[in-house]
Write a protein that binds this ligand. Structure first.
Ligand code: BG6
Length: 455
């Protein structure tokens, strides 16, 4: 079957940084597909390719076409149809993959235009539609988009993207939890005391200001990536690793989470509008939530994430209860923990207490480390490559279901209210509320204490 990807947002940041490299990698592995990139910025294919694509991406340059397209001009759909028709032969089996990588406020128009494009073909084509996150602005708009989408596409033809599901560490969370008896038996609220999830980025909003300004941190990463991580950490075992069975368990987790009421938002201090940094929307958030299912109720989950931080850290810290300290009456005994480091390096540490040499019955925490690159090499495909490969193969196992998306909007809804207090934080520093929120419960961010020990 011949597959053609029609790339809305073909001159955008996401296309340039993530999608085109992923297409190149898949093409170089032997996948066969064409891409028609749509965008306003360049008048012809040569200038588009020159600016947007790595000149060494030989296979991609061969298969990547460009149509100048302005959504405000309905006649530009004719150009798209003409270009597709040049590529197809009605006797062969053809699949069109419409990929929307635009700001959510343009989705409705894009979907209407896709319907127009679709209605102009004389031959029978099969089709799919791929929609980037965030899916909507809130629960209400997500439902509206879904309604429009389902007028033109069946649910099995709709792929709603959260690229975190294509990440190796995410998939590994499920394998770690469900393929290990020792982990299964300790992964619940009888043994886990608390969980911390930290996703700090050093970069700012940069060239994505136009997109980010309408979105903010809650819609950008919390409603999707972060809540997906929470589901992978706390879902019960799915009947199988198919998309349907995984979705059933994820929805149970999400439905048990109440709308978040403990949170604070921050925004980094603008460092000059000339450098594109006059951000008006929240760029940082700290929050606490509970998963109210039988096996996880009562475990506080502390989350912090955002931009313009001093260190880029992505880490999950699972802290276990420390009964031993009282049993042996020694306050110096450390708790056990599982530390999943995602960035800068993918590692999993299990921290245990073992005897310190030359002491009399004194222990010290030591880490047993799995290092992904050392064990499996560094050539693991990027998340987007895994996601696009699944789309080409019609495998929906790495895509959130619409019910998950609705539940996630319900959970973050209080964080989206207008008129909230937003703390301004200096670039490269943690907003004060992030530490206060966790210290109030008598704990500290593991990532900061670990960094302090290293320096
Ligand atoms: C994207 C967000 O979805 O995820 C970005 O829009 C964020 O703001 C990015 O930086 C993080 O993804 P990754 O793959 O770099 O961890």
């Amino acid at each position: 079957m011949k597959q053609i990807i029609v790339q809305f947002g073909g001159t955008g940041d996401l296309a340039q940084k993530k999608l085109y490299p992923a297409y190149q990698s898949l093409l170089s592995k032997g996948y066969e597909f064409h891409i028609i990139a749509l965008g306003r910025r360049y008048s012809d294919k040569a200038s588009f390719q020159k600016e947007m694509v790595n000149p060494e991406a030989r296979e991609l340059l061969e298969k990547l076409d460009y149509v100048q397209y302005d959504m405000a001009e309905p006649e530009s759909t004719v150009r798209i149809v003409e270009r597709i028709e040049e590529l197809i032969d009605c006797d062969a089996s053809i699949e069109l993959i419409y990929y929307i990588a635009l700001q959510p406020n343009l989705y409705e128009d894009a979907i209407h235009q896709i319907q127009t494009i679709d209605s102009q073909f004389t031959c029978t084509l099969s089709k799919k539609i791929v929609v980037e996150k965030p899916f909507g602005f809130d629960a209400e708009s997500a439902a509206r988009y879904n309604k429009i989408l389902s007028l033109a596409f069946k649910d099995e033809e709709i792929y709603r993207i959260d690229h975190y599901l294509g990440k190796e560490f995410m998939q590994n969370l499920l394998i770690m939890r469900f393929h290990n008896d020792i982990i299964r038996s300790i992964w619940n609220n009888r043994t886990i005391e608390s969980i911390q999830i930290v996703f700090d980025e050093t970069h700012g909003v940069d060239q994505r200001l136009g997109f980010y300004e309408k979105i903010g941190v809650v819609r950008d990463t919390i409603q999707n990536h972060i809540l997906q991580i929470v589901t992978y950490l706390t879902m019960s075992e799915p009947a199988s690793f198919t998309s349907e069975d995984i979705a059933i368990e994820k929805v149970k987790v999400l439905r048990s989470i109440k709308p978040i009421n403990e949170f604070r938002l921050g925004r980094y201090e603008s460092i000059g509008s000339t450098r594109g940094h006059a951000v008006e929307t929240p760029t940082y958030a700290a929050l606490k939530l509970y998963v109210n299912t039988f096996y996880y109720a009562g475990i506080p989950i502390y989350i912090r994430t955002g931009k313009m931080q001093a260190r880029a850290v992505s880490q999950i810290y699972v802290k276990f209860k420390n009964m031993t300290r009282s049993v042996v009456n020694d306050d110096s005994i450390h708790e056990n923990s599982v530390i999943i480091n995602i960035h800068p390096e993918l590692t999993i540490d299990i921290s245990m207490n073992l005897k310190e040499p030359n002491t009399s019955w004194k222990s010290r925490p030591v880490k047993f480390r799995f290092n992904h690159a050392d064990t499996f090499g560094v050539n693991t495909p990027e998340a987007y490559e895994q996601i696009i490969e699944k789309i080409l193969k019609s495998d929906k196992s790495l895509f959130p279901s619409i019910r998950e998306i609705y539940e996630s909007w319900r959970i973050v809804e209080p964080m989206l209210q207008e008129g909230q207090e937003i703390e301004i934080y200096p670039a490269r520093s943690l907003p004060r509320f992030a530490s206060r929120m966790i210290e109030k419960d008598g704990i500290i961010w593991y990532t900061d204490s670990a960094a302090a020990k290293e320096t």
